[in-house]
Structure formats: structure tokens, C-alpha cells
Design a protein around this ligand. Structure first.
Ligand code: PRP
Ligand code: URA
Length: 214
């Protein structure tokens, strides 16, 4: 049965499905993998920003005066979870070039699968911004939960989490940990293996983006 929750948006546009198929393949080289992560983040961000507030204002065309719309309301911060989240940042910045970027370092412990925070640098005015947390993988959900909790502690009211692949158990955990967060994902996979990797997944996203495996 498909995963049904109003706080989860599955971005399954045909172009997304096509790109995800290539992304998953172990034969896909690092350079193409990186490009695909950026493109998928770009498409996903269109959906994740669909509810941005707008305001009406007057413009002058070569023909006459008319009314147009521009983005209003809180400004955005993109918050990648290091390392793999960095691969999604430029795809979102292509759409929202004025967004600020705050980074959170989380390393998943290979034995316990718990996230170990190691770095934080967020904009000084983060509490007044809407935050888009980006990370390709939502497996147990531990890293995203820690990121959302930290941003709540910094006073952020509106948080969306954008991932490329999610495991149902990670979605359940993140939705239970935070009563307001909205999650965007390009795929919802079957589950996790004994090493807490997503099945079928795409392997280690950070290693594939940064080329740190043979
Ligand atoms: C990966 C991934 C997520 C996390 C997902 O990062 O990019 O941050 O694991 O797993 P979880 O939902 O079970 O927490 P990892 O810790 O491997 O670090 P990396 O990005 O530096 O490779
Ligand atoms: N982190 C990854 O990079 N991939 C997974 O499948 C799970 C966690």
C-alpha cells in the first residue's frame, strides 16, 4: 500500500522517476551522479516551495502598466546535512539564489546507526527564516530528526525536509519526532537492511557524490 500521510509529498514526476532510475544504478559514474542529485533537488524544490507567499505589485511592460507577483513572506535558508546534503544545495540555489545556507554536520555511527553531530553553522537570523533541510537519504531518520530538533531549538518555526530516497521507518520516525515538519521525497523504498542502508536505495550517497569509494 502506498505511504499515505498529508505531511509527506512524493515527488514522482516522470522526469524524476527517469533520473532516479539512473541514480540508483551502481554503474552510474560520480560526475553523472552529482549532476543527477543537483537536478533532482532542483525539481523537488519547485514542489517544496509551491506554497511560498506572494504579493502583488505594479510593473511597466513596453505596452502598459500591469500587476505582477513577487515572493513575499519569510526568507529561506537551505540547511544541508553534511556531507551528502551538500550535493543538493546548488540545485535549490539555482531556484532561490538569495537563500542563505546553514550547514549541519552529522555522521551516522556505523554500529549504532545513531547520528553524531560534529559541526553547526547556521545564519544568525535563522529563527526568522523558513528552513529547507536537504539530505539525499532518510534511512532510520536519526540524522534528519537531529537536524530538525536543532533548528527548532534555534527558534525555526517552518521546516521542510527534502530527501531523494526515504525508508518508511524513517518517515514514521521523523513524523513522530516533530509534529509540524513536512517531508518531500522522490522515492519511498521498501525498508532497511541489517546495516540500516535503504533497500533497494542507491548505496552510500555521500561516497557516491564525493567519489570516496573505489
Ligand atoms: C547518510 C545520509 C544521511 C544519513 C541517513 O549520511 O546522507 O545523513 O546517512 O541515515 P539515517 O536516516 O539513518 O540517519 P552519513 O552519516 O553516512 O554521512 P555522509 O553524508 O558524510 O556520508
Ligand atoms: N546513508 C546512505 O548514504 N545510504 C543509505 O542507504 C542509508 C544511509
Amino acid at each position: 500500500m502506498p505511504y499515505a500521510n498529508p505531511r509527506v509529498t512524493l515527488v514522482d514526476h516522470p522526469l524524476v522517476q527517469h533520473k532516479m532510475g539512473i541514480l540508483r544504478q551502481s554503474a552510474t559514474p560520480t560526475s553523472q551522479f552529482r549532476t543527477l542529485v543537483r537536478e533532482l533537488a532542483h525539481i523537488e524544490a519547485i514542489f517544496a516551495t509551491a506554497d511560498l507567499e506572494t504579493e502583488s505589485y505594479e510593473v511597466e511592460t513596453p505596452i502598459c502598466r500591469t500587476r505582477a507577483k513577487r515572493i513575499a513572506g519569510p526568507k529561506l535558508a537551505i540547511v544541508p546535512i553534511l556531507r551528502a546534503g551538500m550535493g543538493m544545495v546548488d540545485g535549490v540555489l539555482d531556484l532561490v539564489p538569495s537563500a542563505r545556507v546553514g550547514v549541519l554536520g552529522m555522521q551516522r555511527n556505523e554500529e549504532t546507526h545513531e547520528p553524531e553531530p560534529y559541526y553547526e553553522k547556521v545564519p544568525v537570523d535563522v529563527a526568522s527564516r523558513d528552513c529547507l533541510v536537504v539530505d539525499p537519504m532518510l534511512a532510520t531518520g536519526g540524522s534528519a530528526i537531529a537536524a530538525v530538533k536543532l533548528l527548532r531549538e534555534r527558534g525555526v518555526a517552518n521546516i521542510k525536509v527534502m530527501v531523494l530516497v526515504a525508508a518508511p521507518v524513517g518517515l514514521d520516525a521523523l513524523l513522530a519526532a516533530d509534529s509540524d515538519v513536512h517531508i518531500y521525497t522522490c522515492a519511498i523504498d521498501e525498508g532497511l537492511n541489517e546495516a540500516a542502508y535503504i533497500v533497494p536505495g542507491l548505496g552510500d550517497a555521500g561516497d557516491r557524490i564525493f567519489g570516496t569509494v573505489a
